[in-house]
Design a protein. Structure first.
Length: 131
């Protein structure tokens, strides 16, 4: 899953530091572990189901970007949101990027992170009852 998260970040235009001992390496590993644990705890399964693979990758990307931004290690103004869609809806999460300058890059970035982090509605199909 870690390699797929890296590929997704690169596809979004995020440059990563290649050294495993770097901050990026630690934050990526931590984000992947956190998402795996969260999904496993919510579904009561030992492994992430195939149907939640893309959701888990996006959630890990969202966790990674949120952590980097929170730590001041990510310059949001350098990210390009100009080619983003006008409106995107996934479940009860809606992301709307306006072409006009009324939304700051930071507001667009925060909406994108909320979209990436999903919500538990995606897990409902995979939940297992435990006693």
């Amino acid at each position: 899953m870690l390699e797929k998260v890296k590929e997704r970040l690169v596809s979004l235009g995020i440059t990563l530091t290649n050294e495993p001992s770097s901050t990026d390496g630690f934050l990526l590993s931590f984000a992947v572990k956190k998402v795996k644990d969260h999904i496993n705890n919510q579904t009561n399964l030992d492994a992430i189901p195939q149907g939640l693979e893309s959701v888990s990758i996006d959630m890990a990307v969202g966790e990674f970007l949120f952590a980097k931004k929170s730590m001041g290690l990510l310059d949001v103004s350098s990210l390009n949101f100009s080619s983003a869609v006008k409106k995107l809806q996934d479940g009860d999460t809606t992301v709307e990027y306006a072409v006009e300058a009324k939304y700051s890059p930071e507001q667009k970035f925060e909406s994108f992170i909320m979209y990436l982090q999903h919500n538990e509605i995606d897990f409902v199909k995979y939940r297992v009852l435990t006693w």
